[in-house]
Design a protein around this ligand. Structure first.
Ligand code: HEC
Length: 118
């Protein structure tokens, strides 16, 4: 009986630790403050002020973080974004990614956008 309790406790602990590490990094509230520098182009709602500025709202958090690292280290080149990403710390990137991904996005499927679709 006691052994069973220990096993159950260990399993519970493992689950907590497992979920803890699986949960995404970054703090959306901190990201909101840091996003002031991004809003001129990506919009206060994160959807971009014009079609040439990509929508970030609702984008996968991992994707946003990944691409910011790629702009920062030059793997992905864009004159504007290389400059914007270069001063960002890893924590800034995680916070910004958490913030933009948490916003309601207009990203959707291709419903109504493909010939013959309705
Ligand atoms: C002066 C305008 C401008 C500002 C300010 C700006 N961006 Fe961008 N951003 C762009 C443009 C233009 C692109 C598209 C670049 C490309 O084609 O690679 C882009 C692309 C991105 C992408 C990739 C989107 C995708 O779908 O691949 C991310 C993520 C991003 N910006 C985040 C940010 C963050 C975070 C900030 C603030 C720290 C920021 N941007 C500030 C103009 C801007």
């Amino acid at each position: 009986m006691q052994q069973r309790t220990i096993i159950v406790s260990l399993l519970a602990a493992a689950l907590v630790i497992g979920f803890g590490t699986a949960s995404a990094k970054g703090n959306a509230a901190a990201g909101k403050t840091k996003a002031a520098a991004c809003e001129a182009c990506h919009g206060t709602d994160g959807n971009g002020i014009a079609p040439n500025y990509p929508a970030l709202a609702g984008q996968y958090q991992d994707y946003i973080a990944q691409v910011l690292h790629e702009y920062k280290d030059g793997q992905r080149t864009n004159a504007i974004m290389n400059g914007m990403a270069s001063p960002l710390s890893d924590q800034d990137i995680d916070d910004l990614a958490a913030y933009f991904s948490s916003m309601p996005g207009k990203l959707s499927d291709l419903h109504g956008k493909v010939n013959g679709g309705d």
